[in-house]
Design a protein around this ligand. Sequence first.
Ligand SMILES: Cc1cc2nc3c(=O)[nH]c(=O)nc-3n(C[C@H](O)[C@H](O)[C@H](O)COP(=O)(O)OP(=O)(O)OC[C@H]3O[C@@H](n4cnc5c(N)ncnc54)[C@H](O)[C@@H]3O)c2cc1C
Length: 388
Amino acid sequence: MVKKMDFELAEEQKDIKRAAREFCEKELTPELALEFDKKEEFPLQLYKKAAKLGFTSMRFPEKYGGQGYGLLEDCLVIEEMCRVDPGLGVAIMSGTFALPDLVLAHGTEEQKREYIPPLCRGDEVSAGAFTEPEHGSDLSFMDTTAVKNGDGWVINGDKQFITNAPVADSFCVLCQTDRKAKPTYRGESLFLVDKGTSGLDITKLKDKMGIRPAVTGAVSFSDLDVAEDKLVGELNKGFYYVLEFFDESRIPIAAQAVGMAQGAFERAFSYAKERKQFGSPIIQFQGISFKLADMATKIETARLLTYKAAWMYDQGKMDPMLTAMAKAYASKAAMEVTDEAIQIYGGYGYLADYHVERFHRCAKITEIYEGTTEIQKLTIMRYLLKRM
Ligand SMILES: Cc1cc2nc3c(=O)[nH]c(=O)nc-3n(C[C@H](O)[C@H](O)[C@H](O)COP(=O)(O)OP(=O)(O)OC[C@H]3O[C@@H](n4cnc5c(N)ncnc54)[C@H](O)[C@@H]3O)c2cc1C
């Protein structure tokens, strides 16, 4: 039976949020945030520290080294991380991106035991490689191929915009295994590829607008051999597995957006109380206070949608329409709130040292990855048309 949703977090969930907040406020210092934003490097030591405390493995079962919580608890930690710093927060919480979720859902017991525990411990970093130079929103055909060769498979092709690629120990790669399949997406499969495999080449993509510590790369496969036991789940089911994964992973992106908006809002609120013009703190001008009221309202709405989507997922009642609404709304709210935060800071908001411009730069990605806002709206409409 589905438990009724409670609009207040349980005590244990509040404790998780508090612990994550304490960790972030101590470790993700403004100096480190500026440094990593400039040097565009993955914060490996911070990732390991967070992993040791269990923050990066909230959603994985204890059996494989995780904390045994759900997606909601994962979202609570993500929100706190991104509230303190959007770049470091996304980087740390993306270290265990995609591969362990797909292996947990569809992999063999051997794959689960091999890949998930080192990720939960923070000893390794993973990547999910779906996007290609010619295939982004539309993953229904892949130019990257995996061709059967004796006991294994040979992979050739290119992937684009892959989070963690420059530091990843393992990749979960979507390949076309049947080029004649009709429809084409019925011929896609997922394979696990380990760092250092001959034929794997990675190029770091630099000068990103935001989330710079969450490093990104282009990945190419040239006659790369993988054994049969690196196939994840059933042959030619990869497209379905990835779409199912997006229904999960879009919720943590909404949580990133909520955290980024909250962090920028808190900074702007404090600044508005301190900054004086015309003899008064600017928060006393209605033009500024109304902005803050609107910002707080948008954040709370985004948070409620995100928590509800996560809670439904945890109850085994995942609703793709709600997930898409949470991601589309929270990312838009993050863009609007971080923009207003800069406005409240005036000229100082335009400078890196005052931090809010970084929140705005980082927020943009939440409207793009894990399905753009336009793709979320297509999903929302598809379900509305079915249900109304
Ligand atoms: C920093 C970063 C990290 C990323 N990390 C990963 C990762 O780890 N793994 C991975 O596989 N991918 C990753 N991506 C890729 C990301 O998911 C894609 O960029 C995204 O899905 C959009 O694809 P695209 O860039 O090819 O844009 P396109 O699909 O070419 O879209 C261009 C524009 O057209 C719009 N559009 C497309 N189709 C429609 C339609 N039917 N109706 C209306 N509008 C439409 C889009 O919304 C967008 O505005 C990352 C991207 C970035 C920038």
